[in-house]
Design a protein around this ligand. Structure first.
Ligand code: GLY
Length: 582
C-alpha cells in the first residue's frame, strides 16, 4: 500500500510538471546542429534553445516555446534582442494549416518627425554614435512584450509565468559571458558605462570577462512581472514609468501614452511559388520577404544561365546570378518602402511579372551590371505618398504536433541604444528609418522619403522569418540576424539545401556572399572565405570584392515528416548557438 502510494505521488508530481512518465528530458546538441525525433528549437544561444526545449518538454507548444526562447535570448544575449526591442513571428498551426504573421516591430513615438535628426549632434564619441543609434532619440516604442503576449494568447497553451520561468532563472543565476558578448562589450564599453546598470556589468574592467557569470536581478524582477501581469506590466505602471524616465534622461521623447498605445499588428505574409516549393515570408514593413521573392522570381527566369552547374557546390555562375538578382529589389526598397500603415506601398506593381521579366532580361551571365541597370521605376500612378500624418536574433521551433514558429527579434545595433530601464536594454530601431532622404543607415541601406520617421510609424526592416512548404506542409523553418544581410543569407541557405543537395548543416556552414546594390560591392566572409577559384570567376565578371567579417547568422530547422519523422536543427556556428530538443 505504501509502495502504491509512493508511485501515485511520483506520477502526480510528474503530471504537475506536465511531463509524461516516459518523457525523455530535452537535450542540447553536442555541436551547432542536432537531430531530434519529436521537437526542436534552434536559437543562436545554447541557453535560449534549452529554455525553449524545457517548455516543450513541460507540455508547451511551439508558440509557448518560441516565447520562452525569446525571453531567454534577451537575458543570454542582451546585445541582440530583448524586451526593449521588437520583431516578427510567423506561425504555422498544424491543426488547420493556417499561417499567421505577427508584427511586433517597434514604432516611432508620437513626437517623432521626419526632420527629427536634422542637425542633432551625436550624443557621444564611439562606434554607431548618431542620434538615431545611441541614446533616447534612437529608441522606438518596444513591441517585444506585446508580441510575446500576443503569440501566447493566440496560439499558446501555458501560462505566461511558466513560460517566463527559464528566463527568470537564467537572469538570477547568471549567464556565462561568451567571447562574442565580451568582444561587443569592449567595442561599446565607453558608451555602455554611461548607463548605471550596464556600468555594474563591467566591474571596473575594460570588458565583460569571458567565462564569468552576468547576473541580471533587475531583469529577473521585470520578467517575473511580465509573467504574472502580462504585457501590461511593461506598458503601464512602474516599469513604464522607469522606461519613460530613462528614455528622457537619455534625450528621448517617449511618453507613457506611447507605451500604453502600442499594438501588435497581424499582417498577411507574402507567399510565392518558386523552384517547386511555396515560400512564405515577411510582408512590409519588412523589405526582406519582398527581396527574397523578387530574387527567386528572377533566378527562375534566368534558370538556364546557371542551372547546368547546379549539381556541385554552388558555382560562380549561380553566385553571380544571386548577386545580380538582389540589386533590383534593394533599389525598390530605397525608393518605395515604408510602413504600409502610413505610406502607399505599390507592392503589386513592384511584383508585376513584366517588371520581373525586364529585370531578368537585364541579366548578363558574364558581367556584373551596375545596380541602376536593374532599376525599373514605377509610373506616376504608383507614386508613393507620405501620409498626413529604417544586434538581432532568429529562432525556429517545431513541436511534436507539427506547429512551427519562426521568429526574428532585435534591439537593432549591439546593446540597442546602450541604455537600460528596469533591467531592459532599450532598442535603437529608429536607425532603420531614413535619417534623411538618401542617407545610409548603419547597414549602408539608403532610405527614401517613405521611410522617414513619423508619429507611430514602423521603420523598414530586413527581418525575414520564412517557411518553405512542400505540398502544403512545412519543410524548412529559417531566418537570420545581420541587418541588410538577413535576407540574402536566408535565401542562400535555403537554396544551397533545396537545389544543391547540401545537408541542412552544410548549407548553414557554407561560405556566403552578399550584395545590396548600394554600395556596389560584392561581400564575402572573412570567417568562411569563398575559395580563390570562385572568387576569381566573380571578380572576372566585374564584381567589386569587399570582404566583411560574416554574412549574417542563420538558424534553421529541416522537417522530415512522415514515418521516421526527423527534425534537423541548426544554429549558425558563426554566432556560437546550439539547438536543443528531443
Ligand atoms: N534592425 C534590423 C532589421 O530590422 O532589419
Amino acid at each position: 500500500m505504501a509502495l502504491l502510494r509512493a508511485v501515485a505521488v511520483a506520477l502526480l508530481a510528474l503530471c504537475l510538471l506536465g511531463q509524461s512518465p516516459r518523457a525523455e528530458a530535452p537535450r542540447l546538441a553536442d555541436t551547432f546542429w542536432g537531430e531530434f525525433a519529436r521537437m526542436a528549437v534552434a536559437a543562436d544561444h545554447p541557453d535560449a534553445s534549452a529554455a525553449g526545449a524545457e517548455i516543450l518538454a513541460r507540455g508547451g507548444n511551439a508558440a509557448d516555446a518560441a516565447a520562452a526562447t525569446m525571453l531567454a535570448l534577451g537575458v543570454a544575449n542582451p546585445a541582440s534582442s530583448g524586451l526593449g526591442g521588437g520583431g516578427f513571428a510567423l506561425y504555422y498551426r498544424a491543426s488547420d494549416g493556417s499561417l499567421t504573421f505577427l508584427d511586433f516591430r517597434e514604432r516611432a513615438p508620437a513626437a517623432a518627425r521626419p526632420d527629427m535628426y536634422d542637425e542633432v549632434a551625436a550624443p557621444m564619441e564611439g562606434p554607431a554614435n548618431a542620434a538615431s543609434q545611441l541614446g533616447g532619440l534612437a529608441t522606438g516604442v518596444p513591441g517585444e512584450p506585446a508580441g510575446i503576449a500576443e503569440l501566447v494568447r493566440r496560439f499558446g497553451s501555458l501560462p505566461l509565468a511558466q513560460i517566463a520561468a527559464p528566463a527568470v532563472r537564467l537572469a538570477e543565476r547568471g549567464v556565462v559571458v561568451t567571447p562574442a558578448l565580451a568582444h561587443l562589450s569592449r567595442v561599446f564599453g565607453p558608451q555602455m558605462r554611461r548607463d548605471p546598470l550596464m556600468r555594474t556589468w563591467f566591474g571596473g574592467e575594460e570588458a565583460l570577462a569571458v567565462g564569468t557569470r552576468l547576473r541580471q536581478p533587475q531583469l529577473a524582477r521585470t520578467l517575473r512581472a511580465l509573467g504574472s501581469r502580462g504585457a501590461d506590466a511593461i506598458y503601464r505602471g512602474r516599469i513604464a514609468r522607469a522606461i519613460v524616465r530613462a528614455n528622457r534622461e537619455a534625450g528621448g521623447v517617449l511618453t507613457l501614452a506611447d507605451l500604453r498605445d502600442y499594438r501588435v499588428v497581424e499582417r498577411a505574409p507574402l507567399r510565392g511559388h518558386h523552384f517547386g516549393f511555396e515560400w512564405v515570408t515577411a510582408p512590409p514593413p519588412s523589405a526582406g520577404g519582398f527581396t527574397l521573392l523578387q530574387s527567386l522570381a528572377v533566378l527562375e527566369r534566368i534558370d538556364e544561365r546557371w542551372r547546368p552547374t547546379a549539381d556541385g557546390p554552388p558555382s560562380a555562375a549561380f553566385l553571380h546570378a544571386l548577386a545580380e538578382s538582389w540589386k533590383g529589389p534593394f533599389l525598390d526598397r530605397e525608393r518605395y518602402f515604408g510602413d504600409p500603415d502610413h505610406v502607399a506601398l505599390p507592392l503589386e506593381a513592384m511584383m508585376a511579372p513584366q517588371r520581373l521579366q525586364a529585370r531578368a532580361d537585364a541579366f548578363h551571365p558574364a558581367l556584373a551590371m551596375p545596380p541602376e541597370d536593374y532599376d525599373r521605376p514605377l509610373g506616376p500612378s504608383a507614386a508613393v505618398l507620405q501620409s498626413d500624418n529604417a544586434g538581432t536574433s532568429h529562432l525556429c521551433v517545431v513541436d511534436a504536433e507539427g506547429n512551427v514558429a519562426a521568429v526574428t527579434t532585435t534591439v537593432n545595433l549591439p546593446f540597442g541604444a546602450r541604455y537600460t530601464a528596469a533591467g531592459i536594454v532599450m532598442n535603437d530601431e529608429m536607425d532603420d528609418f531614413a535619417r534623411a532622404v538618401g542617407e545610409a543607415n548603419a547597414f549602408g541601406l539608403v532610405g527614401g522619403a517613405p521611410n522617414l520617421p513619423g508619429p507611430g510609424k514602423r521603420p523598414v526592416s530586413t527581418m525575414s522569418p520564412t517557411l518553405v512548404l512542400h505540398e502544403g506542409a512545412p519543410l524548412l523553418c529559417l531566418g537570420a540576424s545581420g541587418g541588410s544581410r538577413i535576407v540574402t543569407a536566408t535565401e542562400q541557405v535555403a537554396l544551397y539545401h533545396l537545389l544543391f543537395g547540401m545537408s541542412a548543416a552544410q548549407a548553414v556552414q557554407a561560405p556566403r556572399i552578399h550584395h545590396q546594390g548600394h554600395p556596389n560591392e560584392l561581400r564575402t566572409e572573412e570567417v568562411q572565405p569563398l575559395d580563390a577559384e570562385r572568387l576569381g570567376a566573380l571578380t572576372a565578371r566585374g564584381h567589386i570584392h569587399e570582404p566583411i567579417h560574416n554574412v549574417a547568422n542563420v538558424q534553421l530547422v529541416r522537417i522530415h515528416a512522415g514515418q521516421g519523422r526527423r527534425l534537423v536543427a541548426v544554429s549558425d556556428p558563426r554566432k556560437g548557438g546550439r539547438p536543443a530538443g528531443r
